[in-house]
Structure formats: C-alpha cells, structure tokens
Design a protein around this ligand. Structure first.
Ligand SMILES: *C/C=C(C)/C=C/C=C(C)/C=C/C1=C(C)CCCC1(C)C
Length: 242
C-alpha cells in the first residue's frame, strides 16, 4: 500500500483557505479571550460570546481542513454543525447588546428559533434532497426564516430597542445588521448555485467540482469576515460604550 503524505498543493486554494481560516479563527479567539480581563464587566458576556463563536469555528475549520484534504470533498455536514452552533450565538449578541434598552427573553428565543429553523431546513435541502426539485422548497422556507431575522434587526424588535439605546449601541446594531444582510447573503447564493435547475442553472455550471470548490473558497473567506468582523464590532462597542 502506498504511504501517502497529505500536504496542501500550492494550487489547492480550497485546502489553503481552510488552513488560513483555522489560523484566523484561532487567533481571533485568543484575542477575544485575553481581552476579557480589560473589558468592563457589563460587556464581558458579549465579548466572551464573540470568542466562543470564533473558537467553535476554529475547531470545525481544523477538522474540515483535514476532511477536505483527505477526501477532496466539501465538508457540508460539518459546515452545518458549525453554523448550527455559531449562527444562533451571533443572533444572541443582538439580544445581549440591546438588553440594557430592555430586550426581553422572548426576543432571544425568536432569534434562536428562526436561526435554527433556517439552518435545519437548509440542511435538509442541501444534504438530503440536493438534486431534487424539493430542495427549492426547503431553500425557500429557510430563506423565509433568514428574512425574518433580517426583519427583526432592520425593522422589528431589535431596531426598536436600538432606537432607545445609546448611540454606540445603535451604531453597532446597524453595522451588525449589514453583516447579516450582505455578509450572510453569500450562503443562500451558494445554495442557489448548487441547486438543481437553480438560478444559475446546473446546465450553466458545466464543471460541478470547480463550482463546489469555488463555493468552499467563498464560504471560507466569508466566514472569516462574518465571524471575526462581527466579533470585532462587539469588541469595539465594548470599548466605546459605558
Ligand atoms: C458563520 C456562519 C454564518 C454567519 C452562516 C450563515 C448561514 C446562513 C445565513 C445560511 C442561510 C441559508 C439560507 C438563507 C437559504 C438556503 C440555505 C442556507 C442554510 C444556506
């Protein structure tokens, strides 16, 4: 049997971005955790959650890098496990930073329930019925939950609470709202790209392996921006607000 050493080829941008993603998420976690000591007590939970988000991602990225290198496949299952843990936590941040303005537990549960629903239905469509017409149905109801989260942040409860918060909390909610509206939009776009007869049409995507690789690279870069950038907005808020 051939003894194969798995190393990242110079042109393997998928494995490379999994590797860089692991490092970036690890570095961010160390930063958030160590900064807790010089964070005002009232902001510690929020900064801690930022660190937990990047830490969970770092562990998943380490695993996904190995999985991708060994199998050449896209680690769809572990992406979803990662999202299922980190996305609800990102939603929790909206509750935490608006709590001083009176955010209720009901809002926390609405955000968690919508994000879990979005991811579970998305997983069913992407992993269980990937090449069937019904993946459109799962994608659509997942998308509805996504727009509900966007609604809560831009026009619903979160927006109203932000309006009665300090200017720095209001500004942070707006910036984080852009992350959700624009940064998170890459995920449903990737889903549509991979759906049979999707917007970009499987007929248009002649090289399926190349399309999946491109999707992984976009997700890897997007995740770093969405998780580390998101955490840094919270961190900056913890320095600017009382
Ligand atoms: C750090 C990871 C993040 C912020 C992941 C976010 C993922 C989404 C917003 C995924 C959304 C999806 C839809 C809106 C419809 C199609 C299925 C999904 C799960 C890709």
């Amino acid at each position: 049997m051939e003894n194969q050493v798995l190393k990242i080829a110079a042109d393997n941008y998928v494995a490379f971005t999994f590797f860089i993603g692991t490092m970036a998420m690890m570095a961010a976690s160390v930063f958030f955790f160590f900064e807790l000591n010089n964070t005002k007590p009232q902001w510690r939970t929020s900064v801690l959650v930022s660190g937990i988000i990047t830490f969970i991602a770092a562990v998943h990225y380490y695993y996904m890098r190995g999985y991708n290198l060994e199998t050449g496949d896209s680690p769809t299952f572990f992406r979803y496990v990662d999202w299922l843990l980190t996305v609800p936590l990102m939603c929790v941040e909206f509750y935490l930073i608006t709590k001083k303005a009176g955010a209720k537990l009901g809002l926390l549960w609405k955000l968690i329930a919508a994000s879990v629903f979005m991811l579970v239905t998305g997983y069913i469509g992407e992993a269980i019925y990937p090449n069937e017409t019904q993946s459109w149905f799962w994608g659509a109801i997942s998308g509805a939950a996504y727009f509900y989260i966007v609604y809560l942040i831009w026009a619903g409860d979160v927006k109203k609470l932000a309006a009665s918060s300090s200017p720095s909390v209001a500004a942070a909610v707006r910036t984080l709202g852009w992350f959700v509206l624009v940064g998170w939009a890459i995920y449903p776009l990737g889903y549509i790209l991979g759906t049979k007869g999707g917007l970009f049409g499987m007929e248009l995507v002649t090289d399926r392996a190349a399309a999946v690789a491109a999707m992984d690279i976009v997700y890897n870069i997007g995740d770093a921006v969405n998780k580390i950038g998101f955490g840094l907005v919270i961190y900056a808020l913890s320095r600017n607000d009382d």
